[in-house]
Ligand binder design. Sequence first.
Ligand code: PGA
Length: 248
Amino acid sequence: MRKPIIAGNWKMHMTMDTGRAFVREVAAGLGDTEVEVVLCVPFTLIQPLKAAAEGTPIKIAAQNMHFEDSGAYTGEISAEMLKEAGAAYVVIGHSERRQYFNETDETVNLKLKKAHEAGLIPIVCCGETLEEREAGNTEAVVRRQVIAAFEGVSPEQTVTTVIAYEPVWAIGTGRTATAAQAQEVIGYIRGLIETMYGDVISEEVRIQYGGSVKPDNIEEIMNEVDIDGALVGGASLKPDSFLSLVNF
Ligand code: PGA
């Protein structure tokens, strides 16, 4: 049985005060949730929110990392630093990073391996642009991204990796993929993992959908057989909205 995982991706939002208040309010509304609850927060909030979430089911994630252990990389942060600050997860290869910060399939792969080495759980993102979808290249693009991301990654590491399928055209646009569209690609990704690692691993690996997930569409998305959770931007910024996602 794969445990559902709902992750809020705060992007460049929230402060110490609003972040702490958010954690308090969400923790109070969670109850005995069966869902893995993750907040992907700005670097400066990792440590304070890890402390604020102590004793609650809420786990903290970073939104990016560098693939080297250390060195002259001004402005960058290592996996070990994230781990030390209290992150349990790290988002890798989000489309905004691919689009604006020169993230490539190759750096995604280096980061994925380094995250595992440091004991972080990577949430690795993939997804096609609108142009790629309309040209009929969705599967080819996702295939290229997934194969590249997992190059040299062991079966033991793969099984603990979370994959997030996020079609670029659905992110922050209000234009959600239908549950059937999301299932189609996520089923394809699971099949790909099966050809790469076998059916035991592919049955266990968790695959999220991301892109304009909201309280009113979470249930149909979560009802799909291969979809194990959601990576949520906009609708994760308000405690009541995030709570209704987690308690879908
Ligand atoms: P969105 O963002 O929910 O605002 O579309 C999703 C994401 O970027 O992870």
